[in-house]
Design a protein around this ligand. Structure first.
Ligand code: ZN
Length: 97
């Protein structure tokens, strides 16, 4: 099951881990049964309740910067990042790996 088949995310590693990489970001889907704590989403500043499917995202190579997001909030934020990147580079870069 793709995380978002409209986006640039590519599947990485063990299919059961549900980990994805794109644009220098690393994403892991947190299944409801594994979500046991309350997190605050940086996208909307609302709580992510336990038993809610959400995502953990961090810059590749910097796992200590990991943040929990609502999936929709991250998708919106990521789309904004991609647009900003496209404006800066003037194109939409292909995957580097
Ligand atoms: Zn949110």
């Amino acid at each position: 099951m793709p995380f978002d088949d409209r986006g640039p995310w590519r599947f990485r590693g063990d299919p059961l881990a549900l980990e994805w990489v794109a644009g220098g970001w690393h994403l892991r889907v947190v299944q409801p049964y594994r979500a046991t704590k309350v997190y605050r989403c940086p996208g909307c500043d609302q709580e992510i309740f336990p038993r809610t499917l959400h995502v953990v995202v961090w810059p590749e190579g910097s796992p200590e910067q990991r943040r929990h997001w609502h999936r929709a909030c991250w998708q919106r934020h990521f789309a904004t990042l991609r647009r900003a990147e496209g404006r800066r580079r003037g194109d939409d870069p292909p995957p580097s790996r």
